[in-house]
Design a protein around this ligand. Structure first.
Ligand code: 5AD
Length: 339
């Protein structure tokens, strides 16, 4: 598979939608093997704010949702979450949030520097949306090593069906380019089964990723949220999501691919199935308990049980039970083994 011809990719996706996926998943596991062996990397996820100035049609924390209790963590609370994770053995933390104007560059730089000062042998990943290149540079200089910004869909018209007019795929691409140029290990990604998505769009996502060559790719099913314009749309298909994870692994064999919370939320075995299809990262939740339900990007989002970082023993067991090795190191992409 060369992944350079849209028609061919569409045919491959459609083939596996109607045939046994095991050969594809085996190819994905084989592609992963030389880079990561059986290691599954764990990252502690801290959801720092559910305030968001954006109004993405699919997302439960969109600005227009008035039926939500908004919260933001302060520096001490964030440090406390990281400390909890560190004591559980984590060395990799993701600070994720809506696009919240409260978190100015100065505040972010202070938070990142403090985390790095107190936990110098840990990696900090940010996922805070679209910012200027200057802001990204400041975060990087403060010690953040990675940034997650899903491209959501690589088709301009489809992008516009998922987002208000102020947001554009053009700017998304610019942000992703800026992040890479600044030096971040950069994560892109998309939802499977988002409203109006076609198989051709999925092929376009793969073509886009092939060109961008991100270090990480988050792929999860779309799940409707009742307080969004997309409340009536069905969830994305789990099998198709796994097919996209596997194709992504075959195409980008050295990428960090999470078994996403969304997959775990629609299928009790979603994360195991994603690992079987080529994923190699799990991001358990370290947010304070009292706010977890408020960070609802979609309905029935998992944040407890074995999605919770506190259940580290259960999470490790689920990984070892399927023949893999939990890895709590920083888990840098091998091309960026630095900070
Ligand atoms: N279903 C699935 N994933 C969603 N996200 C946001 N809303 C939803 C939803 N309704 C994903 C987006 C975003 C990431 C943080 O969560 O892809 O980039």
């Amino acid at each position: 598979m060369r992944f350079d011809n849209k028609r061919e990719i569409i045919d491959i996706i459609e083939y596996y939608m109607h045939n046994d996926t095991e050969p594809l998943f085996a190819a994905a596991r084989e592609a992963r093997e030389p880079y990561y062996g059986k290691r599954i990397f764990l990252r502690g996820l801290v959801e720092v704010t559910n305030y968001c100035k954006q109004n993405c049609f699919y997302c439960g924390i969109r600005y227009g949702n008035e039926n939500i209790r908004r919260y933001r963590l302060d520096k001490e609370q964030i440090l406390e979450c990281v400390r909890t994770g560190f004591e559980l053995g984590f060395h990799s933390f993701v600070l994720q949030g809506g696009e919240d104007s409260h978190f100015t560059d100065d505040i972010m730089v202070d938070i990142i520097s403090c985390v790095k000062e107190k936990f110098p042998d840990c990696a900090v990943t940010l996922s805070m949306g679209e910012k200027s290149r200057e802001s990204y540079q400041k975060y990087y200089d403060a010690g953040a090593a990675r940034y997650l910004l899903r491209h959501e869909t690589a088709n301009t018209e489809h992008y516009q069906k998922l987002h208000p007019t102020q947001l554009s795929f053009e700017n998304r691409k610019k942000c992703l380019r800026d992040l890479k140029e600044v030096g971040f290990q950069t994560g892109a990604g998309f939802m499977v089964g988002s409203p109006y998505q076609t198989i051709e769009n999925l092929a376009e996502d793969l073509l886009f990723l092939r060109e961008l060559k991100p270090h990480m790719v988050g792929i999860g099913p779309f799940i409707p949220h009742k307080e969004t314009p997309f409340r009536e749309f069905p969830s994305g298909n789990v099998e198709l999501t796994l097919i996209m994870v596997a194709l992504c692994r075959v195409m980008l064999p050295d990428a960090m691919l999470p078994a996403t919370t969304a997959l775990g939320s629609v299928d009790d075995n979603g994360r195991e199935r994603a690992i079987n299809a080529g994923a190699n990262v799990i991001m358990p939740n370290l947010s304070p308990y009292e706010f977890r339900a408020d960070y609802a990007l979609y309905d029935n989002k998992l944040s407890t049980g074995s999605e919770a970082a506190e259940a580290i023993a259960a999470i490790k067991k689920r990984i070892t039970d399927i023949g893999y090795i939990p890895d709590l190191s920083t888990g840098h992409h091998y091309t960026h083994n630095v900070r």
